[in-house]
Write a protein that binds this ligand. Structure first.
Ligand SMILES: [Ca+2]
Ligand SMILES: [Ca+2]
Length: 196
């Protein structure tokens, strides 16, 4: 599987390196990994892209309890709506959300807001821009596994909703979500060992 040989066009390499804040060497390392994962290529442009099936071959994601949600989030983007293909540019962009924030070198793809946005997308199963108690329970169950009873999950979800849903309308908006996460170390929560 995967594409054997190909190189990233120089212009693309420069652009991604500048926009992501990653060194060219890191971009090339990621591209190598990307080529190992991809099984598809556009007929016209020759561009490689990843499908959901390709992502499921990533061991770190398969073993991660939130793996399926992380994969979903790669395919959901606030700007372009639901995607079916993840090109290398998109791939690097989403991965950037998992890089530690460098306070001296702030970067658009890697801000706290970008990380929160990504986390929010993972919770928001139906991509309605709000999180309901059911959606929250769903991810909670994935995170804590089956050791905790349904009652306990329910009570955690109730408490979280009470705290986060400031206007008490049953939906957590992105704004409410950010507020609730104010004291959370999102960097640590969003760590995901993918980038070397
Ligand atoms: Ca929702
Ligand atoms: Ca609300």
């Amino acid at each position: 599987m995967g594409a054997s040989t190909s190189s990233l066009p120089a212009g693309e390499l420069d652009r991604i390196s500048i926009e992501s804040g990653l060194s060219k060497q890191s971009v090339l390392t990621l591209y190598k990994r990307f080529l190992q994962l991809t099984t598809h290529r556009e007929k016209d442009s020759g561009q490689y892209f990843l499908t959901k099936e390709d992502f499921l071959n990533i061991e770190e994601l398969r073993l991660n309890p939130l793996g399926v949600r992380i994969i979903d989030a790669f395919f959901a983007d606030a700007e372009v709506g639901e995607r079916e293909k993840v090109y290398f540019y998109d791939f690097v962009k989403v991965l950037s959300h998992f890089r530690p924030i460098n306070k001296n070198k702030p970067h658009l793809w890697n801000t706290r807001e970008a990380k929160l946005r990504f986390a929010f997308t993972m919770y928001d199963l139906n991509k309605s821009e709000t999180i309901t108690k059911d959606e929250f329970k769903n991810i909670l169950q994935m995170m804590i596994g089956s050791n905790v009873s349904e009652d306990q999950v329910n009570s955690i979800a109730d408490r979280t909703m009470r705290e986060a849903d400031k206007d008490n309308d049953g939906y957590i908006t992105f704004q409410e979500f950010c507020h609730a996460m104010e004291k959370t170390d999102i960097e640590q929560k969003m760590s995901f060992h993918f980038l070397a």
